[in-house]
Design a binder for this molecule. Structure first.
Ligand SMILES: *Cc1c(COP(=O)(O)O)cnc(C)c1O
Length: 394
């Protein structure tokens, strides 16, 4: 195989991570095995001692999973990838790895609900401290740094408030204080945003969303910028046991190949839906990075390679009116999750972010009238007709 690192992004989607197997399989085969036999006792001992490369046990490494990890590392321009059972396994592995008793984390107030809820429910009891702020405000970010701050955990665009954090400048501030920067890049995927190129230390993904893209598996990933960051993270994953399964890896390898085609279409649809919503008299506000009215439109153009397919909007009449919309769409699926080929619609305050206390939700901008929309790749006129019918019911 050619040096896939030198290929352009769309070619990496197809070829990176490929390896030659004994039978010339055209696609990466599934090594559905938990363990690997050693040639002899010395071979086993050498593998464990790291004197020889090879596979030992699937939680530690597996060819199918490694193929996905190598592909993701190349797509994010990172040193190494780690595939995990879910996005939350990636999140908890990050927290476990970078935070110890007495350490402090700064994070985006409107992060994915469970990424925040797990701090109160689990990490607090280990003596971890944390501050949730609007990380788009870089002055506030710098002021929030404490002597014990070890981790800056960003999500941009944030979920579901579609607030952008300037990754480059935030990373510069953090690195002056030796703080590790992790960016949840789920909403963009490496096609639209490359956090490591912008200065972050780790890019995190829920593969469940855009990268797999077909709403048929759950998975997560971490991509580290260099070996120094990668090695301890890999060890934490192996010890915590959040590893991916070979079949899951196969599904993601298959799904990610069409990432750019899917996102191109989905964001084209999203732009048209955002225009439609903005012009509708029953809609009170629309947030989509591609809109001229979007307050951070310029930053979006600077750090993203496209505006994505996620839209948040408010329906006049608040939650009641939003509920009528969600109950009357038929093509759009009422479901949490995002980034699949089908259009999804949901209400964060009562669904994805239900576990976040109400005051924290309001402080983060997750209001009761906010409806989250993930554009799929259906015909856009069918999507707009569906929303139009639902809005007419109010
Ligand atoms: C879904 C999601 C997660 C969690 O991923 P799972 O695969 O559901 O565990 C984390 N961050 C973001 C932004 C997400 O959308």
């Amino acid at each position: 195989m050619k040096n896939t690192r030198e290929l352009n992004f769309d070619s990496k989607l197809i070829h990176s991570g490929d390896f030659e197997d004994a039978f010339g399989s055209a696609v990466t085969p599934i090594y559905q095995t938990s363990t690997f036999s050693f040639k002899n006792a010395q071979h086993g001992a050498d593998l464990f001692a790291g004197k020889e490369e090879g596979y030992i046990y699937t939680r530690i490494g597996n060819p199918t999973i490694n193929a996905l990890e190598n592909k993701l590392a190349e797509l994010e321009n990172g040193f190494g990838g780690i595939a995990l059972a879910s996005g939350m396994a990636a999140v908890s592995t990050v927290y476990m790895n970078f935070l110890a008793k007495g350490d402090h984390m700064i994070s985006t107030a409107a992060v994915y609900g469970p990424s925040r809820a797990i701090m109160d429910s689990h990490f607090k009891k280990f003596g971890v401290e944390y501050t949730y702020i609007d990380t788009s405000n870089l002055e506030l970010l710098e002021k929030s740094i404490q002597p014990n701050t070890k981790l800056l955990y960003l999500e941009t665009p944030s979920n579901p408030t579609i607030q952008l954090t300037d990754i480059k400048r935030a990373s510069e501030i953090a690195h002056k204080h030796d703080i590790i920067v992790v960016v949840d890049n789920t909403f963009c995927s490496p096609y639209l945003q490359k956090p490591l190129d912008l200065g972050a230390d780790v890019a995190l993904h829920s593969l469940t969303k855009f990268i797999n893209g077909h709403a048929d598996i759950v998975g997560g990933a971490l991509i580290a910028k260099d070996e120094k960051v990668y090695k301890p993270l890999r060890k934490t994953m192996t010890y915590m046991g959040g590893n991916m399964d070979p079949h899951q890896a196969y599904m993601v390898i298959r799904g990610v190949k069409t990432l750019s085609l899917r996102i191109d279409r989905a964001q084209e649809n999203a732009a048209k839906v955002a225009d439609y919503l903005e012009a509708h008299d029953k809609i009170s506000w629309v947030k989509y990075p591609g809109l001229k009215s979007f307050p951070q439109h310029e930053l979006a153009k600077e750090q993203m390679n496209g505006f994505g397919s996620m839209i948040s909007f408010g329906v006049k009449g608040g939650y009641k009116a939003g509920q009528i919309v969600m109950d009357n769409v038929s093509l759009c699926t009422l479901a949490v999750s995002l980034g699949g080929v089908e259009t999804l619609i949901q209400h964060p305050a009562s669904m994805t972010h239900a576990a976040v206390p109400k005051d924290d939700k309001l402080a983060a901008g997750i209001t009761d009238d906010l409806v989250r929309f993930s554009a799929g790749i259906e015909d856009v006129q069918d999507i707009i007709n569906d929303i139009d019918n639902a809005l007419a019911k109010i």
